[in-house]
Every structure is written in structure tokens, then in C-alpha cells.
Design a protein around this ligand. Structure first.
Ligand code: TPP
Ligand code: MG
Length: 360
């Protein structure tokens, strides 16, 4: 048994392009991105780091509600999103708000989602995505369905979904992959392995050496990638997308990453379940630091450019929070009205009652 496991793990070695120093270690795999595209990737990561810092501060001031910190996971989130086309459909988890923003979700709506406002769940036409899923793993089954729908319509697009290391212990994880595999549907299943499911370490999730190898039982492609290396993440996702739209079926991608902050802002204390040594080890792998070194070495990034991105992010966040503040508060009649196309009698009664109350 041990030998079987070792043999399988052997096939899922971590794919990497940039090492921790920003040096290219896999020249032949280097994606063909222009200087502008490379800078855009860095811009998105810097912007998202600032958005994370501001969201944490706004949450502490009581100006945001639910928030799951993203720092550390920028390469995994944005490298994969960068490989998508507008017509692709994202089914995110609760930590995956950055991918939605870069897929077209207006920032003020992301803030309204955090506040539990229904307008934060109403996406503009052309933003092909669902709201972040809170039920762990549920989005994997839905992704199989969206991908099958695209396939039936003959669309050249993919459905992409994200869960965490903890999500791989859910039945939905297997059901989604298995269905998409059996129907050869254009789906990309991402696992952001940040080593913890709240306080439970990944070692307690499974006896398997990698999460990527869980693709084997579903008969689909599986890849493990350095999730702190934005170029590696982009390349692997782009290849998965090409296979999917060419009728070669789904891919499971395991990204090795880390969240620097707490699980959510609801009050867990990471120092109670993570050691300082582990935090330090992962901060050395930081996706922004290594990509910055790579771009500076190429002579296409500077401190001034980075500061301009930081200032723009701060200004846009300020404007977006203002827009969220100016959105009318949600009312009970909004909730009732959004729930059904035709209201049942008991809700009709309540609707009338609340209409009267709210008009006072
Ligand atoms: C079905 C279900 N069970 C339990 C929870 C409670 N819960 C919320 S987040 C979480 C941990 C998930 O960890 P992981 O999948 O590694 O994702 P991460 O938060 O690390 O990105 C749990 C158990 C839930 N939301 N849904
Ligand atoms: Mg996790």
C-alpha cells in the first residue's frame, strides 16, 4: 500500500516556474505573456493586497460584515483568473472575491455582499459567476452542472471553481469531479491548499500525499502547482482551459498556498493553531515579493509604479465604500419580494404588513 501511494505521489510533483528569489527555474514552461500583461498581473496582486488590508480595517471599524482574508493567496487566485476569458463562468468560495472583481464585479457590490445586502448578490449582465459559496464543496457539483450546460450549448468556454484543502473531504468534491469526468465536461476544479481548514491542518484531512492525486479516481487530469508562483498558476490554468474547450475534459489543480491572516474576521486566532516558524517559512515564499523581483530584473517594474497602483487602489476602495453606504438599506419587503416569483398567500399577507410598516 505504501508503495502504491509513493508511486502515485511521484506523478504529482509541484510545478514551478519562478523560485522564491524570483529566478526562472523552468524556462521552457515560461508563458508567452507581453510586458504589459506581466505588469497587469503584478498590478492585480498589489491592488488585491491593499484591498485585503483595507477590508480588514473596515471590518474592524464595523463598516463591513463577513470577510475572509486573502493575503498570501494572490497568485493562486489571480494567476488562475488571468487565464480565463470573459465568457467563462466562476463558481467561487467565500475567500474568492478577488477573482470576481477581476471578472467584472463592481467593488461596491463586493462590499455589499460582505454586509449581507441582496444587491451584493445581483451581478451585472456579462459577469459570469455565482455569489461566493459558503457551504463547503457545494460549488463543485454546481460546476459540473454549469460545465455540462456549456457543453450542450456547444460553447467554447469553461466553468471554474475554487475550494480549499478542507473542501476535499466533502462528498460534493468527489461528486462534482466524477460527474464532470464521466461527461467529459469543460470544468476546472481548483483546490487552494492553504494547509488549514480553519484550525484543522491538511495532514488531518487525508492520508494521501497530495490533493492533486484525487483526480485519479475521477479519471481526470490532476496537477499540483506552486500556488505562490503566479506564472506557474497562470500556465497550469491556461493549459487546463485549453484542454477543456478542446473536448479533453476537466482538470483538478492543487495550488500550494498559505493565508497569512485569520480564517475570517469572526474571531479565530491563528497563533493558537499555527506556529511562528510555519508562518515565517511561508512568508518567504510571498507571491508579490518573488514576482516583483522577477519584473525588476526584467526592468519593467519600479517602486514608483507600485506606489501608483497602491494609491489608485486606495482611491477606488474609498469611492466604492461610499457607493455601498449610499445604497438604500435593504428592507424586509425586498427579502420577501426576491424570494418568489409569485408569493404564497401567507407571504402576501406579510408583504402587505411590511409595506405598511416601511412606508411610515
Ligand atoms: C458543509 C459545511 N461544513 C462546515 C462549514 C464550516 N466551515 C466554514 S469554513 C470551513 C473550513 C474550510 O477550509 P478550507 O476548505 O481549507 O478553506 P479555506 O477557508 O482554508 O480557504 C468550515 C469547516 C461550512 N461552511 N460548510
Ligand atoms: Mg484551507
Amino acid at each position: 500500500m505504501k508503495r502504491t501511494n509513493e508511486k502515485i505521489a511521484e506523478q504529482f510533483k509541484t510545478f514551478q516556474i519562478l523560485d522564491e528569489e524570483g529566478k526562472v527555474v523552468n524556462e521552457e514552461a515560461m508563458p508567452k505573456l507581453s510586458d504589459d500583461e506581466l505588469k497587469e498581473l503584478m498590478t492585480r496582486m498589489v491592488y488585491t493586497r491593499i484591498l485585503d488590508q483595507r477590508s480588514i480595517a473596515l471590518n474592524r471599524q464595523g463598516r463591513l460584515g463577513f470577510y475572509a482574508p486573502t493575503a498570501g493567496q494572490e497568485a493562486s487566485q489571480l494567476g488562475s483568473q488571468f487565464a480565463l476569458e470573459k465568457e467563462d463562468f466562476i463558481l467561487p468560495g467565500y475567500r474568492d472575491v478577488p477573482q470576481l472583481i477581476w471578472h467584472g464585479l463592481p467593488l461596491y457590490k463586493a462590499f455589499l455582499f460582505s454586509r449581507g445586502h441582496y444587491i451584493g448578490n445581483q451581478f451585472p449582465d456579462g459577469v459570469n459567476a455565482l455569489s461566493p459559496q459558503i457551504i463547503i464543496g457545494a460549488q463543485y457539483v454546481q460546476t459540473a452542472g454549469v460545465a455540462m450546460g456549456m457543453q450542450k450549448r456547444g460553447q467554447k468556454s469553461v466553468a471554474i471553481t475554487y475550494t480549499g484543502d478542507g473542501g476535499t473531504s466533502q462528498g460534493d468534491f468527489y461528486e462534482g469531479m466524477n460527474f464532470a469526468g464521466a461527461f467529459n465536461s469543460p470544468a476546472i476544479f481548483i483546490v487552494q491548499n492553504n494547509r488549514f481548514a480553519i484550525s484543522t491542518p491538511v495532514e488531518k484531512q487525508t492520508a494521501a500525499d497530495t490533493l492533486a492525486q484525487k483526480a485519479v479516481a475521477a479519471g481526470i487530469e490532476g496537477v499540483q502547482v506552486d500556488g505562490m508562483d503566479v506564472l506557474a498558476v497562470y500556465t497550469v490554468t491556461k493549459e487546463a482551459r485549453e484542454r477543456a474547450v478542446n473536448g479533453e475534459g476537466p482538470t483538478l489543480i492543487e495550488m500550494l498556498t498559505y493565508r497569512y491572516g485569520p480564517h475570517t474576521m469572526a474571531g479565530d486566532d491563528p497563533t493558537r493553531y499555527r506556529s511562528e516558524e510555519l508562518d515565517n517559512e511561508w512568508e518567504k515564499k510571498d507571491p508579490l515579493v518573488r514576482f516583483r523581483k522577477f519584473l525588476e530584473e526584467k526592468g519593467i517594474w519600479s517602486e514608483d509604479e507600485e506606489n501608483a497602483v497602491i494609491e489608485r487602489a486606495k482611491d477606488e476602495i474609498k469611492a466604492a465604500i461610499k457607493e455601498a453606504d449610499n445604497t438604500p438599506k435593504q428592507k424586509v419587503t425586498d427579502l420577501i419580494g426576491n424570494m418568489y416569483e409569485t408569493l404564497p398567500a401567507n407571504l402576501n399577507e406579510q408583504m402587505e404588513e411590511y409595506k405598511a410598516k416601511e412606508s411610515k
